[in-house]
Design a binder for this molecule. Structure first.
Ligand SMILES: [Zn+2]
Length: 413
């Protein structure tokens, strides 16, 4: 029998429910299905036997508490995951199983073989020799991001309840919606949650431990032209589309996603449209270094200022909004939360994989709300699309890590 009896069954039950979040919704959470899913989680968490199970007053996160079973003063540890899925078909998810994968075969996802998992394309498959893989049928995403995290946290809590000989402090669980549309963590209530340190269990492959993210801003550029008949345009026409191209050309040409890696930041033009009369450019600005991030925003505004000076009027309007910041700034002040996870991985003979994330996590926001929250692996690969898969064994190991962190924190208190 599997060590965590309900881990995979619960995961399968959850992925079959469509919880794709909606970026164009103004509601919290972004769809009625997410509310329904949250209510289902409340029921399941109560059934496991957890205390204080409730949906927070922002109507977003489901919280639950596993009471301490020790007299020691142990830091309260939170484990956080999200149950919405990315912007990809999530209707009728039909998980497929590959038992005892040989680490080299091409896996057919759909019957026709149009979509496959090929180690030549996805080399990480080679790491899964002997594993049971759960894949899609090629028509949807899987939703391991991040229902694997949800199922792992719940399995860990269930295991700890069944094994009182493992001593631990109070454990807080937080399962939330709308991570994929970037708004979920805005409705995280740190005070209600009650943890001293926390982890999102939302990373990828075995061993991932992330505590460094981008600093992130969204930047919109609105350009106003002067549209006259091309025949009589000399000295009069200002072509907004031309100004837009000039704007883009004035940004550092190598600071783009396709030319950068590691800790190199960028300006990413993700949408553009324009006529002679008006044009609009949409960017994201990213950098791990806070000072360089601030400089990037200044440079961006500076390009607009320079163009406005040349035209003698405010034709280029820039609106920059910060989205989230590098959690490292917060976490560095007290590395306990990272050290604890590292030790847990090492005790379980899992090699810690620590790299700066070229993105953000819910923890980027939650850390700035005062709760240091690095990100632990949950096991998923190829997230956000039809090639997503996860290994049952890796999910078990992620569950082991959650338990080990709770255990170590008690031993060290
Ligand atoms: Zn995720």
């Amino acid at each position: 029998m599997a060590k965590y009896e309900n881990l995979i069954p619960r995961f399968l039950k959850y992925v079959k429910i469509n919880t794709r979040s909606n970026p164009n919704s103004g509601t919290i959470p972004s769809t009625p299905q997410l509310t329904e899913f949250a209510e289902g989680l409340v029921k399941d968490l109560k059934e496991i036997g957890l205390d204080n199970v409730h949906i927070n007053k922002q109507c977003a996160y489901v919280y639950a508490t596993l009471p301490a079973n020790t007299d020691k003063q142990v830091k309260k540890i939170g484990f956080i995951s999200h149950f919405d899925t990315a912007d990809f078909n999530s209707e009728n998810i039909n998980p497929q199983f590959v038992e005892n994968y040989d680490g080299k075969s091409v896996i057919k996802l759909d019957d026709s073989g149009k979509y496959t998992l090929d180690p030549a394309v996805f080399p990480n498959l080679k790491n899964y020799q002997g594993h049971t893989l759960i894949t899609t049928d090629g028509s949807t995403l899987l939703g391991a991001d991040d229902k694997s995290g949800v199922a792992e946290i719940m399995a860990a809590a269930e295991y700890l309840l069944a094994h009182p000989e493992i001593k631990h402090g109070e454990i807080e669980i937080g399962l939330g919606p709308d991570e994929e549309i970037g708004s979920g963590a805005d409705h995280f209530d740190v005070k209600d949650f009650g943890a001293d340190i926390a982890y999102t269990v939302d990373g990828g492959p075995l061993g991932q431990l992330e505590y460094e993210t981008f600093n992130a801003a969204d930047a919109q550029v609105e350009i106003t032209g002067t549209n006259v008949h091309p025949a009589e345009a000399k000295g009069v026409m200002v072509n907004a589309s031309q100004v837009a191209m000039d704007f883009h050309a004035a940004l550092p040409e190598h600071d783009r996603p396709e030319h950068t890696e590691g800790r190199e930041g960028f300006f990413h033009l993700y949408s553009m449209n324009g006529t002679v009369d008006s044009a609009h450019l949409s960017y994201i600005i990213r950098d791990h270094d806070r000072q360089i991030f601030e400089d990037r925003k200044k440079l961006f505004q500076g390009v607009a200022d320079q163009l406005n000076k040349e035209y003698g009027s405010d034709r280029v309007q820039v609106t920059i909004k910060d989205q989230y910041y590098n959690m490292r700034e917060v976490i560095e002040k007290d590395m306990t939360v990272v050290d604890l996870a590292k030790e847990a991985l090492e005790e379980l003979n899992i090699k810690p994989l620590i790299f700066p994330v070229r993105g953000g996590t819910d923890g980027s926001k939650i850390s700035y709300l005062g709760l240091p929250t690095p990100n632990l692996f949950a096991g998923g690969e190829n997230m956000h699309g039809r090639f997503e898969y996860v290994s049952e064994q890796t999910m078990e190991q992620a569950t082991d890590v959650v338990i080990k962190i709770a255990e170590l924190a008690e031993q060290q208190a």
